[in-house]
Design a protein around this ligand. Structure first.
Ligand SMILES: [Zn+2]
Length: 434
């Protein structure tokens, strides 16, 4: 038997690469040699997720990690998968695995030495996602952002889960963010109840995603700092439409995405929003009556760059044997390529009225968030065993007709359905229900 040779540096590096970030922290404390080799094992690691959530809370991780990113939506993934289809570069998405999550709750101590160790080991990180709950470990995030190595290196930062943020901590976090000299993308999920301190960093960013149901202080910060930043793209996830409408020109033209939280159709706000924010590429509007569809399409036709649209229609006020015929045909929306729909219909034939193959001739993918056909008793998009719902021939018939009527030009595999919080193509679901 040949004598066992001691592990070489390369052997150890490949071992360290197979450890989780938390294990790597432990390993790097074993000896100075291990510290160097753990660092070498991470020299190509660009993305790190740091979470303050504990084990019980961490099932939320999967939901929150990309919730701000349009690119991570199943419908946009489908669109991207079609050869030749592109859409503007939306915020980063992360493939979440135990190899890129550092769990703060598993560290015995988070002191200056630990912060130094994290920054030293993950010396190449440019994308940082920090997921917290409330204000937990915001102090650690502040120290990480203030570390000279990361301060001039981070290009993308996401902070998610702040809730009832302590104002003193907010007063430390925002200046730390403002000090990031290389930052280009900032995703900030901000507590609805506290004001966001001033963000001079907006002057240098390429993209900012801001999520909060109080937009007032953020928009004033935008006015103060971003007036000369012509390249900035603003994504707003909020239901504070009233405040959004107070944003001055030319900053309105920087807003490319608005949605997420419900914007209910009101006769005055939606037309006003659309007429003032002509650069929108993505817009989400939630449930309204079928009689609003005609005016809505006319309004939407003023958005030449609109790629992604989400809306919901309730046909329940229309009798089953009637169609809500518009006075004029619906206006064509040529730019829309990805459509998300919530639909409540009395009969599956009612969707024919939308005539999507004519009104949205360039549509490539459709995502059905919720679908209910009252007369056929078919309901999709609620947490149930939906495949069994589709197993009866009448339900299957309704569902098939509904899909074909909705847009004959979009193939069944590009109809994505939300089913038990999983995403399936209509093709898969129909095959499964046989
Ligand atoms: Zn039906």
């Amino acid at each position: 038997m040949p004598p066992r040779r001691p592990p070489t540096d390369l052997d150890l590096i490949s071992v360290f690469k197979m450890l989780t970030p938390n294990e790597q922290l432990v390993a790097s404390k074993m000896s100075p040699r291990c510290a160097i080799l753990v660092r070498a094992a991470n020299r190509r690691v660009k993305t790190l997720v740091i979470t303050a959530l504990n084990n019980d809370e961490s099932h939320h991780l999967k939901d929150s990690i990309d919730s701000f990113s349009l690119a991570s939506k199943p419908i946009m993934q489908q669109l991207k998968a079609i050869p030749g289809e592109t859409f503007p570069d939306y915020p980063m998405t992360t493939h979440l695995s135990e190899w890129n999550i550092l769990r703060l709750d598993q560290l015995r101590l988070i002191d200056t030495a630990t912060i130094e160790q994290i920054v030293t080991i993950f010396s190449a990180v440019t994308d940082l996602k920090f997921i917290t709950i409330g204000s937990r470990h915001i102090d650690a995030l502040v120290s990480l952002l203030q570390h000279p190595n990361w301060q001039c290196q981070l290009t993308n930062l996401m902070v998610e889960g702040t809730f009832r943020m302590d104002s003193q901590l907010a007063g430390e976090l925002i200046p730390a963010i403002n000090g990031l000299t290389a930052l280009q993308l900032l995703v900030l999920d901000w507590d609805d109840y506290s004001e966001v301190p001033d963000l001079p960093i907006l002057a240098q960013l390429k993209t900012v995603v801001f999520s909060s149901n109080h937009l007032s202080t953020f928009l004033r910060s935008l006015e103060r700092n971003a007036a000369d930043n012509a390249h900035l793209e603003v994504h707003l996830l909020s239901d504070d439409t009233e405040t959004l409408l107070t944003l001055s020109q030319p900053l309105r033209s920087r807003v490319v995405r608005y949605g997420w939280a419900p914007l209910y159709y009101t006769a005055d706000q939606v037309p006003l929003l659309i007429s003032q924010f002509r650069s929108l590429t993505s817009l989400e509007i939630h449930g309204f009556e079928s009689t609003h569809v005609g005016p809505l399409f006319t309004d939407l036709s003023q958005l030449p760059q609109l790629i992604h649209l989400k809306f919901g229609i309730d046909f329940s006020e229309v009798k089953e044997d009637e169609l809500p015929l518009p006075a004029r045909p619906l206006v064509q929306l040529n730019s829309v390529r990805a459509l998300e729909l919530r639909l409540r219909i009395n009969s599956h034939s009612q969707v024919e009225w939308l005539n999507l193959s004519q009104t949205m001739p360039n549509l490539k993918t459709i995502y059905i968030d919720y679908f209910r056909c009252v007369s056929c008793k078919v309901e999709l998009g609620v947490c149930r065993r939906e495949s069994s719902l589709l197993s009866s021939p009448p339900a299957l018939g309704c569902f098939r007709s509904f899909l074909f009527n909705l847009h004959p030009g979009v193939r069944l595999k590009r109809f994505i359905l939300s089913s038990n919080y999983e995403f399936k193509s209509a093709e898969e679901l129909l095959l499964q229900s046989r």
